[in-house]
Design a binder for this molecule. Structure first.
Ligand SMILES: Nc1nc2c(ncn2[C@@H]2O[C@H](COP(=O)(O)OP(=O)(O)O)[C@@H](O)[C@H]2O)c(=O)[nH]1
Ligand SMILES: [Mg+2]
Length: 440
């Protein structure tokens, strides 16, 4: 699955791997290559363009940590962005709390609908549902037989009528399900070779009548951008809830898988990679992303390096506390780091041994914006030797940062308190006092 894409991405990333640092030039060279790889893989043009822009933006703003290479860092950024592209979270099937749950399965002929019905029936039966399969693809006798064979393999009942009437089959199946207390109904519908109006009308009519818990669109991933186009058209007509990508076992390119979510805006819910009934997986964007990149080791390396980097930095910080050298420059650096990481709590959590003590501390991250503005208005001298901050200087800083003199005073006071506390703490003990520490 996606062998071509994986190989080519790997090759594109190799070029930057040997480089000492990330520059605008080597980032853009690599990304140009990756864009070509994506287009080769039949990824939608717009999707590829946006993807590259996002990666570029993230890469340019990133500092390279000493222990990892630019190639590794880019790999991680691409990995994160792939997850984003694929849908960032998994999306469960809806189950009705009351009454029966029904799933309507739609898509082009040969996409794997009937097979998927069997697979889904198996999965839901195994998790305790009483499933009824409904053969609403009435046009080809073989289609009804196929569903019956699948049902037989997993001991799931299949509802079918002699009469070739899809709508009537569905109507009757619902009353049948009610009578026999089936709690889950999976409706297999007819597809055509191409999108056509009659088929759409029939499907739309059934959907309206059944009002299913979910309508799932099944699509053959091997058909690349055609898959994406039919997904779009079906969505406009039928407004389905989720996508089932099939035949990923035969798809070396990956274009459909990578574009469909972004183009259609509906989640991929299942992927299928084989004809056998157990060849169905719930869709996890992160798993697919690491499969495509094939670099689980690099990803975890970078994640680890990033956290060791934090540890190293916090070691340096601890040292400065101990030597009583912590100044507003350090403070500003930390604030920038926090912004990168997300919150003040995470910074304080970085200080060894402190994490647990902070559970009760009240921390307002919005206060950081003010704090940063104040420090930015200080001269380098003032930041390094806060002692020089007399009344006039404080007034100037307040004006410069758009804050009040009280804000500046408070910050300096808190800074001094913190410094004192930290230096005591790093000499041993006193952790508890931080529990009462407040930024506001
Ligand atoms: N390799 C592979 N074949 C599949 C997969 N899903 C379905 N098929 C095959 O694709 C063909 C069409 O499937 P079918 O379920 O009849 O499609 P339908 O016309 O949409 O109902 C059959 O030969 C299936 O065995 C899959 O994930 N991988
Ligand atoms: Mg079928």
């Amino acid at each position: 699955m996606f062998e071509d894409l994986s190989l080519k991405l790997d090759k594109a990333l190799k070029k930057i791997t040997g480089q000492g640092k990330l520059t605008e030039k080597n980032i853009s060279d690599t990304l140009r290559e990756i864009r070509r790889v994506l287009l080769d893989a039949d990824v939608n043009y717009k999707v590829a363009k946006e993807f590259i822009e996002n990666v570029s933006q993230k890469a340019l703003g990133k500092e390279v940590i000493a222990s990892i290479s630019p190639g590794q860092l880019i790999t991680k950024i691409i990995y994160d962005e792939l997850i984003e592209l694929l849908g960032s979270s998994t999306s469960d099937l809806k189950i009705n709390a009351q009454g029966a749950t029904s799933y309507l399965i739609v898509g082009l002929q040969g996409s794997g609908k009937t097979t998927f019905c069997g697979k889904l029936a198996k999965r839901l039966t195994e998790s305790g549902s009483k499933v009824l399969l409904v053969a609403a693809d009435v046009y080809r006798p073989a289609a009804v037989e196929q569903l019956k064979t699948l049902g037989g393999q997993i001991s799931v009942e299949v509802f079918a009528l002699e009469e070739k009437n899809a709508r009537k089959t569905v109507e009757d199946s619902l009353s049948f399900a009610r009578e026999k207390s089936f709690n889950t109904i999976i409706i297999d519908t007819a597809g055509r070779l191409h999108v056509d109006e009659t088929m759409m009308d029939e499907v739309a009519d059934i959907k309206k009548f059944v009002n299913p818990s979910e309508t799932l669109f099944v699509v053959d991933a091997m058909t690349g951008q055609d898959a994406v186009n039919s997904a779009k058209i079906f969505n406009e007509r039928v407004n389905y809830d989720g996508i089932v990508l099939t035949k990923l076992d035969g798809d070396a390119r990956g274009g459909a898988a990578l574009s469909i979510r972004q183009v259609v805006g509906k989640p991929i819910k299942f992927i299928s990679n084989g004809e056998k009934l157990d060849a169905l997986d719930k869709f996890y964007p992160d798993r697919l992303a690491s499969r495509i990149l094939g670099k689980g080791d690099v990803i975890s390396l970078v994640e680890k390096a990033q956290s060791t980097f934090d540890e190293k930095e916090s070691g340096k910080l601890e040292e400065r506390f101990r030597m009583n050298q912590f100044d507003f420059e350090d403070f500003l650096k930390q604030i920038k780091a926090i912004k990168k990481m997300g919150s003040l709590s995470s910074l304080l959590g970085m200080i060894p041994g402190l994490g647990n003590q902070l559970k009760n501390a009240t921390i307002d991250d919005r206060a950081l914006i003010k704090v940063e503005a104040i420090i930015n208005s200080m001269t380098i001298d003032e930041r390094q030797s806060p002692k020089v901050l007399n009344g006039n200087r404080r007034k100037r800083i307040a004006r410069g940062s758009g804050t009040s003199i009280q804000d500046v005073n408070r910050l300096i006071k808190q800074f001094n308190e913190m410094k004192l506390m930290m230096s005591r703490l790093s000499k041993g003990g006193l952790g508890k006092s931080l529990g009462n520490f407040k930024f506001n």
